[in-house]
Design a protein around this ligand. Sequence first.
Ligand code: 1S3
Length: 604
Amino acid sequence: MKANTLLFEIAWEVCNQIGGIFTFIKSKVPTMTDTYGDNYFLIGPYIPEKAKLDFRPIRDLDNTPLSNAIQHIKMLGFEIHYGYWLLEEAHPKVILINPVINMEALHAAKATLWQHHEISALESNALLDQVIGFGEVTRLLLTKLIEEIDINQDVIAHYHEWMSATSLPELSWRQARLATVFTTHATLLGRYLASNEPDYFSKISTFDWTQKAREYGIETQAKIERNVAKHANVLVTNSALTATECETFLGRRPDSIVHSGIHRKPGVGHEVFEKHLQNREKIDAFIKALFSPSYQLKSDKTLYFFTSGRYEFRNKGFDITLQAIARLNEVLVRRQSDIRVVLFIITKKPFYNIKPDVLEARQRFQELQKICKKISAKLGPRMYANVTGSAGHKLPDLNQLIDDELQMTWRQALANFKRKGLPPVTTHHLLEQDDITMFCDQAGLNNKEEDRVKVIYHPDFIERAISLFSMDYLEFVRGCHLGVFPSLYEPWGNAAMETVLHGTPVVTSDISGFGRFASETADMDGNHQIKTIKRREQSSEDAVIQLTEIFTQFVEEFEDQSYIPRATLPKPFLDTLCWSELQQRYHENYRLALLRSQPVAGLY
Ligand code: 1S3
């Protein structure tokens, strides 16, 4: 690869978290900026409320070919932003494109889709229109850039998932001078079929993709995905399972399988435990604020479980997690256990706002904490004076030491803090009921005092700047006791991987790429911090039974020892999960794509 090769990584989840592809890109970016420096760029959709949080625009465009191409797009009347993506570990350059384009341009792009690729998008929907709009502007941008640069400079466009990639086939059709790599992190039909077709996994290679796409009403989307895979110079996926899907649904065997990774190896031993304690305290504070106005939960008797990821109720195993947690509640109530379990569900669903009583409870709790600090600041010196003064070592009357004003403020704060009713299950006002809220309603999981299991449904991803927990996602993960990811469809499974790498034990499944990877790695045999639920050849009901048993054993272990060990993983296992190593695999794919994109070497 030449030193001046420009590399664009294009994904719908750049500056736009929806699921695991966001985590994938985010974890990879620091290694990419270290390796490719100023020649590395990302392209994603412009979603104003998300860009507000972590995008900083570059106001004055310089005279580089890329700036000229961006100016050109603006002059054509499209909305495009150029700046930095403000991630914690790196600030890569990013181009954000408003995917909602004018009708005339959209219709022209759809006409091209039909004329050049025989894909009809007439009966489209809002999201599909945005996907096509985004693709059209990306195509115009890359085309202009190629015109502007030196003929000897190479360009690589690395697309992730079909939603970012409608420009790829068209650039190929027009023989644009660039190399393309397409990484599919899942397949569309896989996402639909896995949770709807009995025995999906043993039958993958027998499905007729056209018939199934029609049956599920996703013909256009499936054709676009298939067309992207066909035209990419190199096709990559993240697991053996998705590779099989590529052959059946996309009609092409992937050139390589590169799984997901982490940026940096986690700390060891005591460090991991220290971080767990610090972060758990923050979760304790959130839970106290939410529950104490109704009743008390004892921090040293409470376990925090969580699940997180894209909102795919069955694929991500939210369904069996909820069923198993409801059964765990029955077991613990029957045993009159003094242990409490809080299950957090962290995902993304449309909502109006955070519930005012959640915000209020948090604010009042903070007030209470401030008053306590004030009281102890006054009380300390007074007690000290009392002990060292004439009264000697007699126990002072504490009421005498607190003045009336403090007593009043304290009483007032306490009175304000009380709430009639139960702690809310959902932290936000959702636009509509969903499967999670309906399940909790039906199962009576509504945070009653007598219940041993409590549920907190947080329908937004955790970001430090706007976090109810006053922490970022990975701190939250470290503070929990168990991550629950018993997915039914999970090509890789970043959430489970990140969780266990940050020291929190996990439950994963034999469907998940990561779950299989861990169980196939010799050193991981017998590692009790990664439990695997059978989903491949076991009914959902049996999976619920297995998960309930795991939950129950976990609680029993805590009851016996008042302690849950943190997960520690062997070094060779960690090495294979680091981007510094995995990036080499992509580098090879880039070289292959460049080779294949040369006119003479075009046949493959
Ligand atoms: C996908 O994200 P998802 O949560 O929709 O890509 C991830 C990164 O490759 C992968 O870990 C996950 O299994 C897929 O499902």
